[in-house]
Ligand binder design. Structure first.
Ligand SMILES: Cc1cc2nc3c(=O)[nH]c(=O)nc-3n(C[C@H](O)[C@H](O)[C@H](O)COP(=O)(O)O)c2cc1C
Length: 215
């Protein structure tokens, strides 16, 4: 049996109000010196993975009030994959995983971001797919939050779509990504027909991504 360790990277601490304590080490969620130091310590301590959670809006849930949320919580967090890319440049081996919202992010965008991180870091990228739970997150993308069941149906189609974008036939971005032992290529132009049998909303978004990629 082996033990795997992951660092839940929160520069301000995992308690939402920890940053307000006198003597709190860091109140800035995007402080690079702190991020770099924590990442390098995790790698030196033989951790397998650094994980960055994400929420795509200022919190609108805590205390059922934006005012309460802003008063008590760290309300903004840095975009995980930008930070993970920077961490990749100052570490050698540790895995780098971030949260992706299947409810508001387009499969094409997610596939491209993750493939880029994977490529830059020699195959160290990972993802945590969530469906997002707040109206504010959907609103920030001009959308309305779907109900629970629909969100999870969309998530299943989203994951399939992203995987298809990574693995389907033809190549236009011709750089290879190292993927757990086998070299694959990132495909952004082939029409992922298998997806079209899934959710219509996802199929439409894939078609839009395809049109943009091949314009
Ligand atoms: C390990 C772990 C990490 C999570 N990370 C995130 C995250 O980064 N962003 C987020 O919005 N939700 C995150 N969640 C919440 C889940 O996506 C999910 O919404 C939650 O577990 C409630 O389940 P439900 O969606 O079925 O109501 C996380 C949950 C777990 C257990």
């Amino acid at each position: 049996m082996s033990l795997h360790l992951a660092l839940f990277l929160e520069t301000t601490g995992c308690h939402y109000s920890g940053w307000r304590m006198p003597g709190a080490a860091q109140a800035n969620p995007a402080d690079w010196a702190t991020i770099k130091s924590l990442a390098q310590k995790a790698e030196a301590a033989k951790f397998d993975l650094i994980f960055m959670a994400d929420k795509l809006s200022v919190d609108d849930i805590y205390g059922e009030s934006v005012v309460e949320a802003v008063r008590h919580r760290v309300t903004e967090r840095p975009e995980p994959f930008s930070v993970l890319s920077a961490i990749g440049a100052v570490t050698e081996k540790i895995g780098l995983a971030g949260t992706v919202s299947s409810s508001v992010i387009q499969p094409f965008a997610a596939a491209r971001t993750l493939a880029t991180l994977d490529h830059l870091t020699g195959g160290r990228a990972g993802w945590n797919v969530v469906t997002s739970t707040s109206d504010a997150e959907a609103a920030n993308f001009g959308q309305t939050l779907l109900g629970h069941e629909l969100r999870y149906q969309k998530a299943a189609a989203f994951i399939q779509a992203v995987r298809t974008l990574w693995t389907a036939g033809r190549i236009t971005l011709s750089w290879p990504i190292a993927s757990r032992g086998s070299m694959r290529t990132v495909n952004v132009s082939a029409m992922p027909t298998s997806i079209l049998r899934g959710s219509r909303a996802v199929a439409r978004s894939i078609c839009r991504a395809h049109r943009r990629a091949t314009r």
